[in-house]
Design a protein around this ligand. Structure first.
Ligand code: SF4
Ligand code: SF4
Length: 160
């Protein structure tokens, strides 16, 4: 008898929780539907990949290397991003730049995204504002790890 009562109580408790969430979600979604600009719009299912979730402006997404007006990468191969990277996933080789005012440029610039933790330290460290993580590209899944290795050309191409 006591067992049955406990079972019934738990059953009603579960029913109450489900109903509560259902009506709260219906209420917020209805408010949104009739034009109220509320932050909480209840739980919704996003129909990914047809529908994409809006990404916050400060979200750190795929890296890119910015270019100067003449199209050359802004990077001066100072190695600061490589030094600060906690995942050690940046590799740079420097060479002399023909422009004496610039002095150095990268002959090789690689980011291995399979190791990157998207901390953004490299962006913060860059004195030339050459590296950014503002592409809003977050779908980075690949079947092959090699494809997650981004070289200079690939990183520059994202900027264009
Ligand atoms: S985001 Fe962080 S882990 Fe990724 S490359 Fe930059 S410094 Fe390294
Ligand atoms: S910190 Fe900036 S300028 Fe220095 S190597 Fe990295 S991307 Fe290039």
């Amino acid at each position: 008898m006591i067992k049955s009562l406990v079972f019934l109580l738990e059953f009603l408790k579960g029913l109450w929780i489900t109903a509560k969430h259902f009506w709260i979600n219906i209420f917020f979604n209805f408010l949104k539907l009739i034009g109220f600009n509320i932050r909480d719009r209840g739980s919704v299912t996003i129909q990914y990949p047809e529908e994409k979730k809006e990404i916050a402006r400060r979200h750190r997404s795929l890296h890119r290397i910015l270019t100067r007006e003449d199209g050359s990468p802004r990077c001066v191969a100072c190695m600061l991003c490589m030094t600060v990277c906690p995942s050690e996933c940046i590799y740079i080789e420097a060479e002399e730049d023909p422009n004496p005012e610039i002095q150095k440029r990268p002959s090789k610039f690689i980011i291995d995204l399979s190791r990157c933790c998207f901390c953004g330290f490299c962006v913060e460290a860059c004195p030339e504002d050459a590296l950014r993580m503002d592409t809003n590209i977050v779908e980075l899944g690949e079947y092959n790890r090699e494809k997650l290795i981004y070289d200079l050309n690939r990183l520059v191409r994202i900027s264009k």
